[in-house]
Design a binder for this molecule. Sequence first.
Ligand SMILES: NC(=O)c1ccc[n+]([C@@H]2O[C@H](COP(=O)([O-])OP(=O)(O)OC[C@H]3O[C@@H](n4cnc5c(N)ncnc54)[C@H](OP(=O)(O)O)[C@@H]3O)[C@@H](O)[C@H]2O)c1
Length: 250
Amino acid sequence: MPMNLTGQTALVTGSTAGIGRATALLLAAAGATVIVSGRDADRGNDTVAEIIDDGGRARFVAADLTDLGSLRGLAEAAGPVDVLVNNAAVQPLSPAISQDIESFDIAVAVNLRAPYFLTAALAPAMIARGSGSIVNVSSMTATTAMAGVSAYTATKAALEALTRSWAAEFGPTGVRVNAVAPGPTRTETVLSGAAAAFGEDGEARLGALTLFGRMAEPSEIAEVILFLADDRSSYLTGAVIAADAGRTAA
Ligand SMILES: NC(=O)c1ccc[n+]([C@@H]2O[C@H](COP(=O)([O-])OP(=O)(O)OC[C@H]3O[C@@H](n4cnc5c(N)ncnc54)[C@H](OP(=O)(O)O)[C@@H]3O)[C@@H](O)[C@H]2O)c1
């Protein structure tokens, strides 16, 4: 059975770049109408244009997820959705002893508060229809210690806890909630941020954390999100799928 999201609407937060962009492209290729979102309209419209060029359906809705008014506007502009991918996140790179409060608060707002209230806004229509799939994008660092990213890892561990709690709340209604926890993935932000912080050979060193000895391509993570969005994963809820080339298994 091929992945088939024809007739469904999917909202992917943070789909102006990286894993979110790759996810928007795959969901659209599977037939979904995709709502692309982020702050950067140029990059958002680029994602939409690529989907439309490929024969798919998409539109861009700008939103700054640090702002609750903007988040409400996104939920209203999206309307009822069948698939919600809570993907947008920021990663403050700092040891705990020098973590500034502003970046900490932004990480909590984007990585935790926004998925919480976006889900709260969009789940009621899914519950009323008796179906829907919510996919949270976590990180291997929610379960594997890494120095210098503790604020980020705390938000991701909380998101995994929410995945289980929401699965319990929504499961009886037919709405599934799962998470994917990626390993190091070749997105611009990570190549210029975390990988660069590891030094000149940062990409190789991040890749070496995994059993495959390499970083993931964004599309390799997006494939897992697509599977969780689609009915082919119909017996999965409350699951966190480790897409990390064995990092957390080893
Ligand atoms: N890449 C990795 O190695 C890796 C590993 C584990 C987990 N993850 C997780 O995978 C997800 C995607 O990561 P990525 O590397 O693809 O990220 P990325 O390339 O940095 O993209 C982040 C996305 O989030 C959006 N975003 C950031 N701040 C926002 C805000 N205030 N309001 C609205 N949107 C905002 C950005 O859009 P705008 O700039 O347009 O606002 C962008 O589309 C994240 O949840 C991340 O934690 C990534």
